[in-house]
Design a protein around this ligand. Structure first.
Ligand code: KG4
Ligand code: ZN
Length: 363
């Protein structure tokens, strides 16, 4: 099934980053995982933002790469079509096509990239390959200027495949300060949710349940990892062992304590993140933190970050909800910023399953 979500916003005035007189219209395409998305931005303002999710993975408890690429093939044409229509444009009006070139699932990336290449070739406009995690960070430059984090700032990227603390010196100058040594935060949410019998993706389900539960009901350990690196696989194992023991005593233990379990797991994850953020601020002296990636949709984390900011006199930048999970507006925004710098890629660009955030946006 194809779920269309339309986040179209009004095009009001020119984006503060727009210095050129001519209108610049960028189509963004995202297909790195299980969301097919297309968006149009004009002069840095989002005029359409369409996301088609993929229900097909739910029953498998995780994304099945082969099914994801097939679904992308079915969705890509209608999704781009709707994005252009919502923007009131035809393909001929476009100035460039920006597309996620990695990191992500190779077969999924190929669908978006091949489509974008064909479009760029047919229309004779630049193709701009975008680094997915850079785009999660650059999503902070969508919207009114007052909300853009000034450089340098720290970015916490937390998604299903990534967990990093990055020093952002400029739009495409990013340096990894710390990262996970095993599971990503979103992966930890999803795996623990699966242990609790919750459907995939488990992050939103834990977030929702946690609101009804006591975060101090159960105590799980915060992994001790040197420096600014993270580790989440130990948490998953400790939840698993804890539950195996409890279920022997009471087979209904999970059912009877679901909200408290969700709240306690979420609390442990949040404490881990805040500990590392505090250490990163101390080490760099930078007190501006921008979060990005699917897990930044987590309501508990958002509230904890606001409180953290007050306590540490830090500035926390949290993207608008629609730009947290995978979307193409952030891809179009990253493409727009590259376009303004004269950046473009060759039509022989290939997708990269693995790609360091330090190497994105360089061509
Ligand atoms: O950035 P994203 O949409 O896709 C990737 O690039 O991975 O992130 C997806 C991840 C999934 O692990 C999902 O469970 C998690 O983000 N996620 C959440 C929430 N919404 C999405 N995790 C915790 N709380 C949420 N509200
Ligand atoms: Zn993502």
């Amino acid at each position: 099934m194809c779920l269309f979500v339309n986040f179209t916003t009004d095009l009001s005035n020119r984006h503060p980053l727009s210095k050129v007189k001519k209108d610049i219209r960028i189509l963004g395409i995202e297909s790195s995982c299980d969301e097919t998305a297309a968006a149009v931005i004009i002069n840095g303002r989002v005029v359409s933002n369409i996301v088609a999710g993929q229900e097909v993975h739910r029953k498998y408890g995780g994304v099945v790469p082969e099914l994801a690429s097939r679904a992308h093939q079915q969705h890509i044409v209608p999704v781009v079509d709707v994005a252009l229509k919502e923007a009131g444009l035809t393909p001929r009006d476009l100035d460039a096509v920006a597309v996620t070139a990695g990191p992500g699932l190779l077969g999924s990336l190929l669908v978006g990239l091949s489509f974008a290449k064909s479009l760029a070739l047919a229309l004779d406009i630049p193709l701009i390959g975008v680094h997915h995690m850079q785009a999660h960070i650059l999503a902070h430059f969508i919207g009114p200027e007052g909300k853009h984090p000034p450089f340098p700032f720290l970015a916490l990227t937390i998604s299903g495949g990534h967990t990093q603390i990055v020093r952002v010196n400029d739009y495409f100058d990013m340096q990894i300060l710390g990262e996970t040594r095993d599971d990503a935060v979103g992966e930890a949410f999803d795996k623990i949710a699966s242990i609790l019998g919750l459907p995939y993706p488990g992050g939103p389900a834990i977030d929702k349940l946690a609101r009804e539960g006591n975060p101090k009901a159960f105590r799980f350990p915060v992994a001790k990892v040197e420096g600014l690196d993270f580790s989440f696989s130990g948490l998953k194992t400790s939840v698993l062992y804890f539950l195996q023991k409890k279920l022997k005593e009471n087979p209904d233990f999970i059912k009877e304590n679901l909200a408290d379990l969700a709240a306690s797991v979420q609390d442990t994850i949040i404490r881990t993140i805040l500990q590392k953020l505090e250490a990163a601020m101390e080490r760099t002296g930078i007190r501006r933190i921008a979060i990005g990636g699917g897990v930044s949709a987590n309501k508990g984390l958002r509230a904890a970050l606001e409180e953290f900011a007050r306590r540490h006199e830090a500035e926390i930048y949290i993207p608008e909800f629609q730009y947290t999970t995978d979307n193409a507006a952030m891809i179009a925004m990253a493409g727009y910023l590259r376009y303004l710098q004269g950046g473009k890629d060759s039509l022989s660009l290939t997708p990269k399953a693995r790609w360091s955030i330090e190497d994105g946006g360089k061509t």
